[in-house]
Every structure is written in structure tokens, then in C-alpha cells.
Design a protein around this ligand. Structure first.
Ligand code: ADP
Ligand code: MG
Length: 581
């Protein structure tokens, strides 16, 4: 280069190095890993994160309360096997989201709660920062894993770890703590891009040991009265064809747990759902597939399960420590459900003996008897409606629209709907899950609509609906194809309690004859008030056809419910009643 050229080059402004920052690295790391949707509530310090994510083409669904955003993320995880993302502000927003994170972990749903947090230096010295809280420490015992990121260069690794922790092994909730300062930290864009990690094989197959499979098949073969219990782990695993093959080739009757309904259609000839009490009591060998022997299965013992020692349990689960958690498991099969079921099918061969006819005939008889008893109740077209009449109408609609997703919560509304409404396809029933909690309704409905594009029918007790009711605005804002039916019986369990002193409303009642449908109208959706099953059918079908946000206030006889629905035994009652002073 001659001297002149040298001078010209030196005088040119040096180009600014391309930079990136914490905001962009978080978004890039999520997108690199195929995560396209964020559920959250904006605010300090994550407002710009939501904005930038939207600008980067991600779907960002803003809720009215973090708990519902968190529930949405959790059920998105269940439906897709990818961790659902919930984004919240610090302290109170984080705590609101934490309930959902704990619930996700309990239910084995993969999700990541990402919360902004205040300045570490001030928080750790407890000097009273804006929304000061040691969020990492608080989250830790309530989730599978919790990480904090202090340097922008670590964001890629942190997101990779969070994804792996959420979906590998037994899925669950992960907390990611991102202090405010991290978001605006800048670094060289090229180095930033290199720091990101695309997770390879996030949920590796876990192949069961051959001798565990042989042991399980030995036990199964010895059975006189075998039973398969399908849990929501089996629904999550998306091994639908293999599971159907296992059930059909073995000829063994099965009962689905609530969220496993539809894995095989509830109308399947081998479904023993309508003879549940009989089969749990009488079975001699029980194969659990992705179902825990927790309270929902009476811990595998007691009256429900017949004479002590009358059962042998085989259990398929990805979590080794689940074995023997409540009763002895004589044949533990540890691995992922797809691999375990495939191995069982291999070992069974083509001519597996069908179970004794005495067993399957007895189940068939009981099932026919129970279904016949139920059928009459479901046909009642009276006003005011009782639960059965209203649910009979919804059962027909779900049979005609098998792709629709049913969200269900409440007490009587839950217990009766679970038994009455048949599911016809896998992962179409989303409900209160392992804890039996209220408040999942609108969050689950929103994510189900967003993730699948299918219409959603949310069947809600009036009390249950109240926990997440404000999210009808979110449903209207995003124009989601969700039809909410509120079973309005004026209260919790029943609408007829009174305060013995005569002063206040009873603790279990709500405003009489409330019009929940008007909440939906307030935000531009469709509201309908119905008093008969025929009106209910019409309104639900119209909502499903139009795909417009709809809320149907279904007037139910306030006398119709029972205390605590099916789980009254868990609800202690005082035998001492003092007269009002
Ligand atoms: P339900 O309430 O329907 O009975 P649970 O939530 O009690 O279902 O049980 C689900 C079980 O499934 C959990 O023990 C979990 O470890 C297990 N699980 C989840 N995903 C898988 C998988 N892919 N392979 C094997 N087991 C799984
Ligand atoms: Mg009620």
C-alpha cells in the first residue's frame, strides 16, 4: 500500500463491532431450540424481552395474571413434549408463577419459569431493593432444577441446561433467574452466537433392562385377572400406537386415569372405565403404565384394592424412585414408556394368551349394567338442569367433535364430567391433575387453543371458573376458539348453604343467579345464558362452529351437587355444631 492509500484507510472510521445483549441472547437461545411461544405477563424488568421476542417472530401471549400464564406453559409442555415457557416480573409476579411451576413439577409437565429479578448485590445484602426477593432460593424446593445467570455469555448454556432438566427423565418444572442487569449486558454478536447451544437429544430414550422386561412378562403371564392402568405419563409419552398394540394384543382390560382418557377411545371394548371399582378390587396383576400409586389410586392399598396381598403390581415409569413408593412393585420396569412398551411387545410375541373369559365377561357385564343405569340420567332435558342432564348434552358434542380439547375443573362438575364424557383421541382431556387443584381452567384452555389450533371446550364449576375468570379478556384479545361453559349452581358444591347467624352469605355460596356470560360480552365475545340441555347443546355447537370466544352460563339446580364431589372422604366434618350465640 502506498503512503496515500495508507492514510486514507487510517482515516476511515473503524466499523462498530456488531453487538448483542442479554435480551437478544435469551430470545435467540429459545428460538435455536425450537421454542416459539412464550406465555407471560409483562413488566419490570422483562417488558422489552416480550416485545423483542414478538418482533423476532415468537408468539408471545400476555395474560392478566402470572399463575394462568404459568399453567398455560405447563400444559403446553404436556401437549408438545417441549418445555412451555412462562415469563414473569420479579418478586410478586415470580411468586404468582411459582404456583404453576410447582404444579407442573407435581404433574411431571415440562416447563421453564423465567423471571426477572432485582439486583443481586442489593438483594443479597437485604438493602431493600425494588421487589427484593431471593427468588432462586425460594424456587429451588418447588421445582426440578433452578439456575441463575449473571453473565450474558452464559445464557446459551443456562437455557440448554433448563431445557434438558425440564424434559429429560421425569419431566418437570425448571426455574431460570435472570437479574435485570443481565438483559442490557452487551457482548460481541459473533461470540454471542457461538455461546448458544442447540440441545441435541434433550430427552434421551431410556431403554429398560432385558431382565426387567422378562420379569414383568412372567408376572403378567401368570395372571388370572390382569388389568392395565394407563396414566397421564402414558399420554405424555406419545407412544399411542404401541400402547394400543399392547392393550389389544394382550387382551387385558384397562382403566385410564383422568388425563389418559382417549389414549384408546373410551368406547373401546377393553375399556373397564365403567367398571373401575370392580377391576381395581378384583384384579390379581396390575400393570401401571405412567401412573403413580398416589392418592388418586388410593395408594395401591385399602378397600379400593380388595384383600391385602391380593395384588401384584408391575410398574413402567421413567423415574426409578417411583418404584415401591406406596406398595411393593414386584416387577419394576424403569425406562421411557415408548421403549418399555416396545420391549414388552417384543417379548410377548404374536400368540400371547388372552385373559380368562370369566374375568373379561364379568367386567363386560358390570360395565353394561353401569352404562345402562347412567344412560337414563343423561337424557333428562329438564329446567333447571342437573349435572347429568347438562353433561349428557356435552358428551354427545364431544363424540361428534373428537378433535376438540376438553378442559375440566370443579368439584361435581369435574367428577361427573370425567365419568360421563367419553374421550376419543389422546391428550384431549386436560384437568386438575395430581393435586386436584382449581384455577387451571383458562390457562390450560388458552394454551390448548394456541398449541393445537383445535377448538377447546372448558367445562367449569362456577367456583373453579372464578380463579382464572379474568383471562376471558385474554381469550377475546387473541380471538381464541374457546367455549367456556360455567356450571352455575350458585356456589361451591351446592348453592343452598346459609349462615346460621343470618348475618352474611354462607361461606360456600356466591351471588345468586349470576350471569357469567356477560363477562365474555364485556370484551366482545359471545355470551349465552342457558337453562336446558337442548339450549346448552345449541349454544356449544354454535360456538364450536364459529370458533368465536364464547361463555355459556349454564343454570344448574343449586340443590344438585354433593359436598366435595367424589372426594368427600378427604373433607373432614366436625361432629360438634355449636348453636349460634
Ligand atoms: P396419573 O395421575 O394419570 O396416574 P401420574 O402423573 O401419577 O399419572 O404419573 C405419571 C407418571 O408417568 C410419573 O410417575 C412419571 O414419572 C411417568 N412418566 C412421565 N413421562 C414418562 C415417560 N416418557 N416414560 C415413562 N414414564 C413417564
Ligand atoms: Mg358450583
Amino acid at each position: 500500500m502506498n503512503a496515500l492509500a495508507q492514510r486514507i484507510v487510517e482515516d476511515l472510521p473503524t466499523p462498530e463491532p456488531e453487538i448483542t445483549d442479554g435480551f437478544h441472547l435469551v430470545i435467540d437461545a429459545l428460538k435455536l431450540n425450537g421454542i416459539e411461544t412464550i406465555y407471560g405477563v409483562p413488566g419490570i424488568p422483562i417488558t422489552d424481552l416480550g416485545r423483542l421476542a414478538q418482533a423476532a417472530g415468537m408468539r408471545v401471549i400476555s395474560f392478566r395474571h402470572e399463575q394462568h400464564a404459568g399453567n398455560a406453559a405447563a400444559i403446553a409442555g404436556f401437549l408438545t413434549q417441549k418445555p412451555g415457557i412462562c415469563l414473569t416480573v420479579s418478586a410478586p409476579g415470580f411468586l404468582n408463577g411459582l404456583t404453576a411451576l410447582a404444579n407442573a413439577t407435581t404433574n411431571c409437565f415440562p416447563m421453564i419459569l423465567i423471571s426477572g429479578s432485582s439486583e443481586r448485590e442489593i438483594v443479597d445484602l437485604q438493602q431493600g431493593d425494588y421487589e427484593e426477593m431471593d427468588q432462586l432460593a425460594i424456587a429451588k424446593p418447588l421445582c426440578k432444577a433452578a439456575f441463575r445467570v449473571l453473565h450474558a455469555a452464559d445464557i446459551g448454556i443456562a437455557v440448554a441446561r433448563a431445557i434438558r432438566a425440564a424434559v429429560s427423565g421425569r419431566p418437570g418444572g425448571v426455574y431460570l433467574d435472570l437479574p435485570a442487569k443481565l438483559f442490557s449486558q452487551v457482548m460481541d454478536a459473533e461470540a454471542g452466537a457461538k455461546s448458544l447451544v442447540k440441545v441435541i437429544d434433550a430427552a434421551p430414550a431410556q431403554i429398560p433392562a432385558p431382565d426387567a422386561i422378562a420379569r414383568a412378562l412372567d408376572v403378567l403371564k401368570s395372571a388370572k385377572r390382569p388389568l392395565i392402568v394407563l396414566g397421564k405419563g402414558a399420554a405424555y409419552a406419545q407412544a399411542d400406537e404401541a400402547i394400543r398394540e399392547l392393550v389389544e394384543r394382550s387382551g387385558i382390560p384397562y382403566v385410564p386415569m383422568s388425563m389418559a382418557k382417549g389414549l384408546l377411545p373410551d368406547t373401546h371394548a377393553q375399556s373397564a372405565g365403567a367398571a373401575r371399582s370392580l377391576v381395581l378390587k378384583e384384579a390379581d396383576v396390575v400393570l401401571l403404565v405412567g401412573a403413580r400409586l398416589n392418592w388418586l389410586l388410593s395408594h395401591g392399598k385399602g378397600k379400593t384394592w380388595g384383600a391385602p396381598g391380593s395384588k401384584k403390581f408391575i410398574q413402567i415409569d421413567i423415574e426409578p424412585r417411583e418404584m415401591d413408593s406406596n406398595v411393593e412393585i414386584v416387577a419394576p420396569v424403569v425406562g421411557d414408556i415408548a421403549s418399555c412398551v416396545a420391549a414388552l411387545l417384543d417379548g410377548m410375541g404374536k400368540d400371547w394368551p388372552t385373559p380368562p373369559a370369566a374375568w373379561t365377561d364379568a367386567i363386560q357385564a358390570k360395565r353394561d349394567e353401569n352404562l345402562a343405569k347412567m344412560a337414563n340420567k343423561l337424557r333428562k332435558n329438564a329446567a333447571p338442569m342437573d349435572f347429568h342432564g347438562a353433561l349428557g348434552a356435552l358428551k354427545t358434542i364431544m363424540a361428534e367433535r373428537p378433535d376438540a380439547i376438553l378442559v375440566n375443573e370443579g368439584a361435581n362438575t369435574l367428577d361427573l364430567a370425567r365419568g360421563i364424557i367419553d374421550m376419543h383421541k389422546p391428550r384431549k382431556r386436560l384437568d386438575v391433575g395430581t393435586w386436584g387443584i382449581m384455577g387451571i381452567g383458562m390457562g390450560y384452555a388458552i394454551a390448548a387453543a394456541v398449541e393445537t389450533g383445535h377448538p377447546v371446550l372448558a367445562v367449569e364449576g362456577d367456583s373453579a371458573f372464578g380463579f382464572s375468570g379474568m383471562e376471558v379478556e385474554t381469550i377475546c384479545r387473541y380471538e381464541l376458539p374457546i367455549c367456556v361453559v360455567v356450571f352455575n349452581n350458585n356456589g361451591i358444591y351446592r348453592g343452598t348453604d346459609t349462615d346460621p347467624t343470618g348475618r352474611d352469605p354462607a361461606t360456600t355460596v356466591f351471588v345468586r343467579d349470576a350471569r357469567y356470560d356477560r363477562m365474555m360480552e364485556a370484551f366482545g365475545g359471545v355470551g349465552v345464558n342457558v337453562t336446558t340441555p337442548d339450549e346448552l347443546s345449541q349454544a356449544v355447537n354454535a360456538a364450536m362452529d364459529s370458533r368465536r370466544p364464547t361463555l355459556i352460563n349454564a343454570v344448574i339446580d343449586p340443590q344438585a351437587g354433593t359436598e366435595s364431589g367424589n372426594i368427600g372422604s378427604l373433607n373432614p366434618q366436625s361432629s360438634v355444631r355449636k348453636k349460634p350465640a
